[in-house]
Design a protein. Structure first.
Length: 178
């Protein structure tokens, strides 16, 4: 009995002395501006600066990795042919106008998300999370642990395309050690 009390007291002392390692998760949510992408030579980009998000900024030094991620929103195929939408990322603020420039210096983060001609669909968590490219996830983790600033581009896999994204936002579930 005395041994149990001693161990309980020792554990309590360790907790109050800050010796207990606690880990958890932080959710970081960022809005994406509405976009209308009319083809491979008229791209729309959005620079994301995670440092402007309080939870990320407050816990940046504690971040260990990426537990889950999703891009959510409503995507409309404005064209008369099917489209496969992808999201690409560059590791710095960029303003490329051509799809070829993005592909030369970026990494595919997400997709393809297939839409039939004229189709509008809202992305859900599970469907979106499954579309993240492993190389893109690795690059995203580097940005999360690095300066937290990157640029996203939405492009189509087809030669011609026209789609819109509305009410978009990204959600990162980050592993942290406190």
């Amino acid at each position: 009995m005395k041994t149990r009390l001693f161990l309980a007291a020792l554990a309590l002392a360790g907790m109050t002395a800050g010796c207990v390692l606690v880990s958890g998760q932080i959710t970081v949510d960022f809005d994406l501006a509405d976009a209308h992408v009319t083809g491979p030579t008229t791209l729309v980009s959005q620079t994301v600066d995670l440092n402007t998000i309080g939870d990320y900024n407050d816990h940046k030094s504690d971040l260990q990795g990426l537990a889950d991620v999703a891009l959510l929103g409503t995507i409309t195929n404005n064209g008369a042919s099917p489209v496969d939408v992808e999201v690409w990322m560059t590791a710095a603020p960029t303003t490329y106008l051509l799809e070829s420039e993005v592909k030369a210096s970026g990494v595919r983060l997400w997709g393809p998300y297939h839409l039939a001609a004229g189709e509008t669909r809202r992305t859900d968590w599970d469907g979106s999370a499954a579309l993240f490219d492993p190389a893109g996830k690795t690059a995203l983790v580097q940005e999360i642990k690095g300066d937290g600033v990157f640029t996203l581009y939405a492009i189509g896999q087809q030669t011609t395309y026209d789609f819109s994204i509305h009410d978009g936002h990204g959600v990162l579930v980050l592993d942290a050690k406190f």
